[in-house]
Design a binder for this molecule. Sequence first.
Ligand code: ZN
Length: 509
Amino acid sequence: MAIVLYARKSVERENSISCETQLEYCKMMIKPNERDKKVITYIDNGFSGGNVNRDGFQKMMKLVRQGKVSKVIVYKLDRISRSLSDFVNILQEFKEHQVEFVSSQESFDTSSPYGEMLVKLLMVFAEFERTSIINRVTQAYAHRSEMGFYMGGRQPYGFELVPTVIHNIKTKKLSPIPSEVGQIQYIFEVYAQENVSLRRLLDILIAEGRQPLNGSSWTTAKLSTLLKNPIYVKADSDVYDYYDRHGVQMITDVSMFTGENGAQLYGHTKHDSGNPDWSDMKLVLLTHAGIVDSDIWLKCQRKLEKNRQIGNSVSNPTSWLAGKVVCEKCGHTMTTIKGKVNKAGEMRRYFNCTGRSHKKICTGPKVTIYAEDLENMVYECISAKLADLKEMNRSTRKGDTAEINELKIRIKAIEKSEKQLLDTMLAGGFNDDLLMLANQRATQFKKDRLALQDRIDELKSIGDETDTVVNLARSWKTADYKRKKDVAMIMIHKIIISEDGSTKVLWNI
Ligand SMILES: [Zn+2]
């Protein structure tokens, strides 16, 4: 049974830590009692962690599958894979072949279900940290130069491009035309009202003689374009959430959405059976002040969406709990579907039993399970669960601190005996037999001392796990849609909805 050290360095990150240095870190993780074991090294230099098609990695997995590996050591978890699903599968294979998995930078015990879940969660949030690092860089860049740059495209109604100098570069930024601001605000306010369709809005504008100040005339298409544009909104976290939910790539960090600036949506919209797919679109916050309040603007978006969805009622809006929700009565999965629009113009999603809609074998829960309610409930449950884990760890740690202290005292005592023995030996007067005995004693002392030190290190690594959980709990507070989905996938086994609408969450841990 061999110990495998695995190192990977990607092509795209030139200044990242070298494979040689990674291996040095790995070697430090080999325990004293493992030093006589065979150590095999696999290196993938210039390979991305996006997939598992790497020579060294495949060779390592072959050896694992042959049952010849007892332990795999890496510098960091993401050396194995950057893809969570790959990583989870690999971890599963390690487990099947009784391979212990150790990372030098993140400490866990993968042999416990708790450690295993922690590793998976860490992967989720490691990816989260990477994207938030990208966001922070983009954000800093946006602050310095890009913010205020109009990202191109047709100049929106009511705005003019004014020359500006940013970083000694002559460029242009958007600025609202004061005389047109009132008319734009009026358009949003009227359309936000109940029972005002685009057609009705157009009629009102014509009847009141409000034509565009640029000399053209309003059409429903022009009004729809105007109403959809985030250039006008005072973008706050609700606006961020609105685009985030629609799968738009968020360029500016959510912390910047303070309800002051307008934003720009750019990129290409794909249309899939009438529903816009915004996954190729990006949203960036600009420097100009928004002119429409976020609640009015969002109300308009919901109405516009409702219009788009007419004749398209089979579309399947998702929930981050998708796939986890089960009907207790028939055991079938419950999926989200769109409900009727309420008086506030909101289209609410709710969970529906597929045994009812597809197979007609079930009547489903008697009450409506709104996706939003269930999501909020589960979100709170996960927060509580992470807090529990934190607490569980803290109490273990308290006991550990006491044990560490006791171990240190025992080490001190051994050190004292070692010193006494050494002094006696140095003082001379030992014959060969006594020297041999003294040497045996000295060896035993050293062995005992190292064993105690090992136990201390082990206890300390549990302490590191606590820090990890604290970080996880913190990250959960700012988790976006995708992150929530990943965490739910790992932590939740099933959410069971009974006939009376009560909910039971079955945890993976
Ligand atoms: Zn059912």
